[in-house]
Design a binder for this molecule. Structure first.
Ligand code: HEM
Length: 503
């Protein structure tokens, strides 16, 4: 008899123990997260498979087709877009104004979604930090974004926008060109001078490589977010991408280190001469904290790196869209030109004339509606009560689709069209609060929004006064159908190609 009973070898016993441990852990996790499971089961979304959850839906979400994929989600699961389990974490994608506003109003839910780990460079910064660490950094930095400081930057606006408009002359040969790089060099100059007190001279010195390194670095970091295969650190390393990201980061940091060292030297000289005054400029606040032993040198490099991206890259993309769209819609461009010509007395637009340029501002806002930051995320650490019938439990990774909110037919008369009248004073007044959130809101609202709007209005007005833009491209039926890739914002796959004539 004995001989017929199969003997359990040590390896089989070990295997059973491992399977048992995994099962017990899975059951415990399920019990621990029962509130989240109950909530998620009430939300439409793709079926969650054992071990991999709903991760398979990400396979189709490349950066290029994110636009369309979100549309498909919305069609399949109207209302709240979808609930997806990914790596054991419940994700909720929402576009509802009510939910977005409730989350932004919550002073406790200030942590970024955990995917930001992939975008974070070096030390946690104002952009990427969580909890008390973020509160500390934001409190330190808030004074440098006060409206009353804006006039200090006027001189930089005049200098750098003048150089930009003048440099564009080289594209007056009738050929199409990608307007992103010239604009990015200008916005790098603006942020470096205003925030870092460094005349890097990106335009004069044609620092195209600096713009390229920044773009490439963030393109790779965003690629990682949307490529499940690259989530594993060792696959990322094996693919060679980790090494490349390191090299790009080092190249960028070398530039930043030089900028910081230069300001440290200047401050030392001013101190010796007894001229070092208290300043609320971004870099000076950071260096004061370094002198006081509160922030490290490495932390400051990371902050500068992110303010450059947050300030120059975003603004450059939105501005590039403005010119691309105006090239596609010549009537709108002409109307803006007439407004600028009528209200500005000299050869160049002055900053004090900007308040008259209502239509130009409407164009920038309409561009932000279509082509602003499409998604932002929060890791909910506290329940959010949306209304009597909905509370989103803590533990959810919440993805807020401003892109969908900005195309919701409830708030936008012509959602897929480029229609600046959406922002006519009357329409703005009648739209409910929180339907347009290009800079998000609440505690983590973009601190640079006023700076960004002022610089964009100034650059657009001065450029349109001098040049006329055109393109071979036909207007799309729906702007959401344009092919785009995604690096924090959407970029057209075929670039920001335009042709230009002198006025
Ligand atoms: C058109 C230009 C810009 C757009 C569309 C934009 C948009 C945004 C958005 C949507 C956020 C919130 C992200 C989130 O909640 O996850 C944000 C955060 C931020 N932005 Fe902007 N931004 C622009 C320009 C600027 C400028 C010019 C600066 C600096 C001078 C800046 C600095 C920052 C910083 C530091 C944060 C992080 C704030 C925090 O987490 O506490 N941005 N921006």
């Amino acid at each position: 008899m004995d001989g017929n009973i199969p003997k359990l070898g040590l390896s089989n016993i070990l295997l059973m123990c491992v399977i048992g441990a995994i099962t017990i852990r899975a059951i415990y996790q399920r019990w621990k997260n029962r509130k989240l499971y109950a909530f998620m089961s009430s939300i439409p979304g793709p079926m969650s498979l054992p071990f991999i959850g709903g991760i398979y839906v990400c396979i189709g979400i490349s950066r290029n087709n994110l636009f369309r994929k979100l549309k498909t989600f919305k069609k399949n699961y109207p209302g709240i877009i979808a609930g997806i389990w990914e790596r054991g974490k419940p994700h909720l994608i929402v576009s509802s104004r009510e939910v977005v506003n409730a989350v932004l109003a919550s002073s406790e839910n200030i942590d970024k979604i955990y995917h930001y780990r992939n975008v974070k460079i070096g030390t946690a910064t104002m952009f990427s930090a969580s909890g008390t660490e973020w509160r500390m950094i934001r409190n330190i930095m808030n004074p440098s974004f006060q409206t009353k400081l804006l006039p200090l930057f006027d001189v930089h606006f005049y200098n750098h926008v003048k150089t930009f408009v003048s440099n564009l002359k080289e594209h007056l040969n009738g050929d199409k060109f990608d307007i992103f790089t010239p604009i990015h060099l200008c916005t790098i100059d603006l942020i470096c001078d205003s925030m870092v007190r460094n005349r890097i001279g990106a335009q004069e010195n044609r620092l195209v490589r600096f713009s390229y390194v920044m773009t490439q670095l963030y393109e790779m970091l965003f690629e990682k977010i949307f490529s499940p295969l690259l989530w594993s650190d060792w696959i990322y390393a094996l693919s060679g991408k980790k090494k490349l990201v390191r090299a790009l980061r080092k190249e960028q940091n070398d530039y930043l280190q030089k900028m910081m060292d230069q300001r440290i030297r200047e401050r030392a000289e001013l101190k010796v001469a007894g001229h070092l005054e208290t300043s609320q400029i971004y870099i000076d606040i950071l260096l004061d904290k370094m002198d006081a032993g509160i922030l490290s040198k490495q932390h400051i490099i990371s902050e500068i790196s992110e303010i450059l991206v947050a300030g120059s890259f975003t603004t450059a993309i939105v501005l590039s869209w403005v010119f691309k769209l105006l090239a596609v819609y010549p009537d709108i461009q002409e109307k803006a030109y007439q407004e600028i010509k009528k209200n500005c007395s000299g050869e160049e637009v002055r900053l004090d004339e900007l308040s008259e340029l209502v239509y130009t501002e409407m164009i920038i806002k309409e561009t932000l509606r279509h082509c602003g930051v499409p998604l932002t995320g929060r890791n909910l650490t506290k329940d959010v009560r949306v209304n009597d019938s909905m509370t989103i439990p803590a533990g959810i990774q919440l993805i807020m689709s401003a892109h969908d909110l900005h195309h919701d037919p409830e708030y936008w008369e012509r959602p897929g069209e480029f229609y600046p009248e959406h922002f006519s004073p009357a329409n703005e007044k009648s739209r409910p609060k929180g339907a347009f959130v290009p800079f998000m809101g609440g505690k983590r609202v973009c601190p640079g929004s006023r700076y960004a709007m002022r610089s964009m209005r100034f650059l657009v007005a001065n450029t349109l006064l001098r040049y006329k833009f055109s393109t071979d491209e036909n207007p799309p039926k729906d702007i959401r159908d344009m092919d785009c890739r995604y690096i924090f914002l959407f970029l057209p796959t075929n670039g920001f190609l335009v042709k230009m004539d002198i006025r």
